[in-house]
Design a protein around this ligand. Structure first.
Ligand code: BGC
Length: 739
């Protein structure tokens, strides 16, 4: 059996290598025919007219340039009809090199999944991979070859609008999710009819923008870069990611776009990445504003030399690269390498064999939002909803409730549910299930569901309060749907205040004063701050943005058809002043033992040290007991491992899922180690009364870190082993030693 497996693996490796050699030969044969101008054309990417995801230069007659072979890729052209039309023009060029069509397919295409941060809250890698798979199937059927996802930037600052697009603050969880998303997008094999190329972004450290302000500078130690920010990129690369995107920020003074250390030394050097790197939108030209490049020519030169292969929208390569090569400032071999990388992907995608391979109207019709895709989106959405509070088991909604009020600015909203970075379907929003629709359809017909908007999301008018109070008073329970609007998070949407916008918290207070119990549903693209609500309201559900099945998924959770199982992938602060706040911080020399221990301690004089809700936190309608932690040994040598087992029991009356989290702490190190770090987890499902044994393996890898020489090592010493239901809810502990 083992022999057969080995032979199969060898066969696969040999076949893949042979296919690669064949592709390389074909790439070379095309390259030999190309003029310098045509080569530079392959490195140039434009957005479609009319649809922009950044500032548009809009100077040119693109059709003309497509015919002249001056464009290698387009973004924001979508749909079979349009991609076919644009590809047809590109194929009128001398060498008939097909275009690549790229698009930000971030969380679904037509069938819209929850925002990536919400999906991360599921800690369900199979569901996340499936979400990316469905997105790829739909996008590929709609003429798209390439998605600018996954974004794998670690996000520790909720002011940064783009935390919605990533997997949160944790490197371990983020790395697993990065790999799952790449696998989902790329499917079994690039070149399959339902696979799109992934683009891992933004390389690198974009998530650490100072002050959480988008596009801002990043100043970071190398050790932090390697230990916290780079691993998700490496995980995505190991999962086979075809392309990378660099980022807008400068890293320690060098724009990422011109950063040789990042792109040449790490990515293409140490990590041997064979795909290509696209710049971020205009980021080559923006190096002038950074104060790094004197002009477009200097920007183009630094970017290509540093390893940025394709220029998205800045036109710096188009305008300057030919001259730079002719003047000998940029070696032709560098341009050839970039072109080779891009052509290779076009061959791998099968576009030289059939440039219209992804252009089939019938397939497009069948693929978009079909029943199985909707089911996957609903499944992902219900798994993304976090139950933050549930006093007196107010949820799930009791069958005895006959008069429920659904109040708030987001109850009847339709498109808001899609969140930022969603693909708009022109003139069609019928596929999006509003929260009102989802709950109304789910509740028995004889349960009265009444509505009042109460107020807008951000405006200051209290004009709707009176009606809302009237509706609330006539009901036995109120559900309130409040939060941000979908465009308050996302790119270029950093916020300095993270409070519930407008007068929404005032509305909650007013409704609460009626004495009718209130369940609050909070919609947002980031952790918000809502202290009064958190202190005073009996039940709180964090729904993020759930996508096109939002209403159905929310109804599943509110009614108890689905028992919530999600856990926060980011820490929720009590105040903006605590930011950046994350669970895996250092202890400092003066740690405060509690909030009353402030004297000359690392604390705030005016605020608790603890977060509002910790990383890994999330409730269920049932409860879980952790006990019986057993280790097969307590000491291990570097080549050994320790097996750890514990029992988890469902002690409540609902079936439910629990994310059992393993944290480790290295008590002393040659560099200071965090107070705890997530190292593994299991999501298990338990019937009421059922007990399951959960096993974890601790090996040297899990005990390793980067020392001050950037070596990945495990140092002998004592480690705390902690297993719990959240980073601040450790249920069982042990101590082990690495000898
Ligand atoms: C964003 C990228 C995105 C690109 C194309 C940029 O502004 O930073 O993440 O992929 O636009 O839309």
């Amino acid at each position: 059996m083992i022999n057969r497996i080995i032979i199969a693996i060898l066969l696969l490796v040999t076949t893949t290598a042979a296919a690669q050699t064949k592709i390389d030969r074909r790439v070379d044969s095309v390259l030999r025919l190309m003029t310098l101008e045509e080569k530079v054309g392959q490195l140039n990417q434009y957005t479609a007219d009319g649809l922009a995801t950044g500032p548009v230069s809009g100077d040119d007659r693109k059709d003309e340039q497509l015919r002249q072979g001056k464009v290698g890729s387009m973004l924001n052209v979508k749909g079979v009809k349009d991609t076919r039309a644009v590809q047809t023009i590109a194929l009128q060029s001398r060498l008939r090199i097909p275009l690549l069509f790229g698009q930000d397919v971030i969380h679904g295409y037509k069938t819209t999944f929850p925002i990536p941060l919400a999906e991360a809250a599921s800690w369900d890698l199979a569901a996340i991979e499936k979400a990316a798979r469905v997105a790829a199937v739909e996008a590929a059927a709609s003429g798209i070859h390439w998605t600018f996802a996954p974004m794998v930037d670690i996000g520790r600052d909720p002011r940064w609008g783009r935390v919605m697009e990533g997997a949160g603050e944790d490197t371990y969880l983020g790395s697993l999710i990065a790999a799952a998303r790449v696998k989902g997008f790329q499917g079994k094999r690039l070149g399959d009819i339902d696979a799109v190329m992934a683009c891992v972004k933004h390389f690198a450290a974009y998530g650490a923008a100072i002050g959480g302000r988008d596009y801002n500078s990043v100043d970071m130690s190398d050790r932090m870069l390697w230990e916290t920010y780079l691993p998700p990129f490496k995980a995505a690369l190991d999962a086979g990611a075809a392309t990378f995107m660099n980022s807008f920020n400068d890293l320690n003074g060098i724009p990422a776009t011109a950063n040789r250390y990042l792109q040449r030394d790490i990515l293409k050097g140490k990590w041997k990445f064979s795909g290509f790197v696209v710049s971020d939108w205009g980021s080559i030209g923006e190096m002038i504003a950074h104060g790094y490049s004197a002009d477009g020519a200097a920007a183009a030169k630094s970017a290509i030399l540093a390893g940025s292969d394709m220029d998205m929208e800045s036109r710096a390569y188009r305008d300057h690269l030919v001259t730079l090569v002719k003047k000998g400032e940029v070696p032709l071999s560098i341009v050839d390498d970039a072109v080779r990388r891009i052509l290779r992907k076009k061959f791998e995608m099968g576009l030289f064999d059939d440039p219209f391979k992804f252009c089939n109207e019938e397939r497009e019709q069948q693929a978009l939002n079909n029943a199985s895709h909707k089911a996957a989106a609903r499944d992902m959405a219900k798994k993304s909803i976090v139950l933050l509070k549930n006093e007196n088991s107010l949820l799930p909604l009791s069958d005895t409730l006959k008069r429920i009020a659904f109040i708030g600015p987001l109850v009847k909203e339709v498109k808001q549910n899609l969140g930022f970075w969603s693909i708009e379907m022109p003139d069609d929003s019928s596929y999006i299930v509003s929260q009102w629709q989802g709950l109304r359809e789910r509740l028995p017909a004889n349960t009265q569901l009444t509505y009042a908007k109460g107020c807008g999301i951000a405006d200051t008018s209290r004009g709707g309060f009176e009606e809302a109070l009237r509706v609330a008073k006539a009901s036995q329970l109120v559900i309130m749907s409040v939060g941000e609007s979908r465009d308050m998070s996302g790119e270029a949407h950093s916020r300095a205040s993270l409070q519930l916008p407008g007068v929404q918290e005032e509305l909650i207070k007013a409704i609460h004063a009626t004495g009718v119990p209130v369940v609050v549903v909070i919609n947002a693209g980031r952790p918000l701050i809502f202290n009064w609500t958190a202190d005073n309201m009996p039940a709180i559900v964090y729904s993020w943005w759930l996508g096109s099945e939002a209403g159905n998924a929310l109804a599943d959770v509110l009614t108890g058809d689905y028992n919530p199982s999600a856990k926060l992938p980011m820490t929720f602060p009590r105040a903006e002043g605590q930011i950046p706040i994350y669970y895996n911080h250092f202890n400092t020399g003066r740690p405060a033992a509690s909030d009353s221990d402030r004297n000359y301690k690392s604390a705030y004089t005016d605020l608790s040290l603890s977060p509002r809700y910790a990383f890994g936190y999330g409730l269920s309608y049932t409860t879980f007991r952790y006990d019986n932690l057993q280790l097969d040994k307590k000491k291990m040598k570097a080549g050994e491992q320790i097996s750890l087992q514990l029992k988890v029991t469902n002690t409540g009356k609902y079936a439910g899922e629990e994310v059992v989290q393993l944290y480790l702490r290295d008590r002393f190190g040659s560099v200071v180690r965090p107070v705890k770090e997530l190292k593994d987890f299991r999501k298990i499902s338990l019937q009421p009364g059922e007990t399951k044994t959960v096993q974890f393996i601790i090996n040297k890898e899990k005990l390793s870190f980067y020392n001050d020489k950037l070596q990945w090592i495990a140092e002998p010493g004592v480690f705390d082993v902690m297993v719990g239901s959240a980073s601040d809810d450790i249920r069982v502990k042990e101590v082990i030693e690495l000898m």
